[in-house]
Every structure is written in structure tokens, then in C-alpha cells.
Design a protein around this ligand. Structure first.
Ligand code: ATP
Ligand code: MG
Length: 262
């Protein structure tokens, strides 16, 4: 791979599996031999905790927020933590003030792009986990990544969530003159119900051009999270590994072919 690809894992709807998908997609890319930087842009810090860096979340400044506000003034490398599968730029308790602070900044939506341009060139992939909200942090992730991975539950409420998300993305594209491509839809936490089945069909129809992964409801995903790793780094045999491996392959092939830079 010649260039770096950046992926923004987002859906403003809460609890749909953004963090789970982001961690396991990062694990799958690592399993393919890719160098991955994981960025936790969510003030909740779930991924930071789930990758084992809850201490970083509570650490004194400088934090990821300082790095966003002043990429040249903060040594980002010193904030990055080593996980066996990936490097991690952890979230921080300070990020609870990020929305309001970034709104006051000129080019407030371009901060993450600047940070990654200056500090993350050695990675094949940057995977950004977003908060459950459309605002300045998600704008930063979208603007920096230009590539979208959308987790969504196989429930009817997902229709409206996707409508809102795509209206929002279109407005951001217009406002900044950029193009943001959806690289994958991940239908997540699929159960064996009629509603789930018909929603999977709806997704396949509504987003037929988008590569789609189907992830079933599996406690093994929660167990891996509690073990602070992706399902690619646990001893147990997890059937969803194949699904995430395929997702990583699809994404990897897409970027190898087009050599798109973020
Ligand atoms: N495929 C799955 N099977 C079983 N449990 C899952 C699956 N995907 C996610 N979960 C669980 O659902 C909950 C929500 O998932 P997750 O935290 O990844 O969602 P999120 O979109 O990041 O949430 P938030 O909007 O708060 O950031 C977690 O407890 C997670 O372990
Ligand atoms: Mg999350």
C-alpha cells in the first residue's frame, strides 16, 4: 500500500456498535499485516478503556484535546500508547469540553486532519472511533478520513439514522468541497428475528453499491472487549472473525487498487 487510508467509524445513533466495529476492524487490518493507528475521538472513552488505557483517559494534560488544538505544540507521539495489535491515541476526560472548544476555533473541523498529517504518516491505516453525536468531533473525523464505515443495527430505527447521517455528510461535503465515500456498511448485532431479516434485506436494497458485512450478536465480542483486545487476539475461536477478516480484505483491496489517500 502506497498511501495511508483513514477510516471514520460513525453513526450518530448511540450503542449501535461503533466502538466494537472500530476495534475489531483495526484488529482485522493488523491481522493482515497492516500498521494501524486507532484514534478514540469519543469523550466517553469506551475504546480507550476497551483497549486497556483507562489510565490515559484520566491523565493530566497534554491530552488529545491539546494535540487537536495545537498539533505543533504537543508531541503527539508521546500521547500514543502501544497495544499489541495497534497504536492507540486515547481519549481523555478533557474531551468532554471538545465540542464547545472546537466551535470557537477557526477551521475547528480540520484539527484532526492537521494532527494526522503531522504525526501519523507511518501508519497504513488510521481508524477513528466517533461519539454518538453529529457535531465538531464527528466533523473532524469525517473531514480527516473522507472514508466512512457505518455500523447500523438491523432495526427499523436505523433507516432514519442513516437518512440523517447521509444528509449531514452531504452538507459537510458541500461546505468544505470534499468527497466522503462510504467504504463499508456493517449490519451489527444481528439476531434471528423476522425484523432483523427484513432489515438486512432493506439495507441490501438501499445500499446495494456499498460493501456490506453482517455481524451477528455474539457474546464473544463483549468478552474480547473485556479482555482489552480484538477477536483476532483472543484464544477462543470466534465465528465473526471471518466476517471482520472479509471486511478488512474488502477495504484493503479497495485502497490497494485505487491508492486513494485520505
Ligand atoms: N455484534 C455484537 N454482539 C454482541 N454485543 C455487541 C455487538 N456489537 C456491540 N455489542 C455490544 O453492544 C454495546 C454497544 O456497543 P458499542 O459500545 O460498540 O456501541 P457504540 O456505537 O460505540 O456506542 P456509543 O454510541 O455509546 O459510542 C456494547 O456493550 C457492546 O459490547
Ligand atoms: Mg462507542
Amino acid at each position: 500500500m502506497a498511501d495511508q487510508a483513514r477510516l471514520c467509524v460513525t453513526n450518530q445513533k448511540g450503542g449501535v456498535g461503533k466502538t466494537t466495529v472500530a476495534i475489531n476492524l483495526a484488529g482485522a487490518l493488523n491481522d493482515r499485516g497492516r500498521e494501524v493507528l486507532f484514534v478514540d475521538l469519543d469523550p466517553q472513552g469506551n475504546a480507550t478503556e476497551g483497549l486497556g488505557f483507562v489510565d490515559a483517559y484520566d491523565e493530566d494534560p497534554p491530552t488529545i484535546l491539546d494535540a487537536l488544538l495545537d498539533p505543533e505544540g504537543v508531541a503527539v507521539e508521546e500521547l500514543i500508547r502501544d497495544h499489541p495489535e495497534m497504536d492507540v491515541l486515547p481519549s481523555s476526560i478533557d474531551m468532554t469540553a471538545a465540542e464547545a472548544t472546537l466551535l470557537q476555533e477557526p477551521d475547528g473541523e480540520a484539527k484532526l486532519a492537521t494532527l494526522l498529517d503531522s504525526a501519523a504518516s507511518s501508519y497504513d491505516y488510521v481508524v477513528v472511533d466517533c461519539p454518538p453525536q453529529l457535531g465538531m468531533l464527528t466533523d473532524n473525523a469525517l473531514y480527516a478520513a473522507r472514508n466512512l464505515v457505518v455500523p447500523a443495527l438491523a432495526e427499523s430505527t436505523s433507516k432514519r439514522a442513516l437518512e440523517l447521517l447521509y444528509d449531514y455528510v452531504a452538507a459537510l461535503e458541500d461546505e468544505h468541497g470534499v468527497r466522503i465515500d462510504t467504504r463499508a456498511l456493517v449490519i451489527n448485532r444481528i439476531e434471528t428475528t423476522g425484523e432483523a431479516r427484513s432489515m438486512v434485506e432493506w439495507f441490501e436494497d438501499a445500499m446495494e453499491d456499498v460493501p456490506t458485512a453482517k455481524v451477528r450478536k455474539r457474546v464473544a465480542l463483549q468478552r474480547a472487549f473485556s479482555a482489552r483486545r480484538s477477536i483476532f487476539a483472543v484464544d477462543e475461536d470466534v465465528d465473526m472473525r471471518e466476517e471482520f477478516a472479509e471486511l478488512a480484505t474488502m477495504i484493503d483491496e479497495e485502497f490497494s487498487r485505487t491508492e486513494v489517500i485520505a
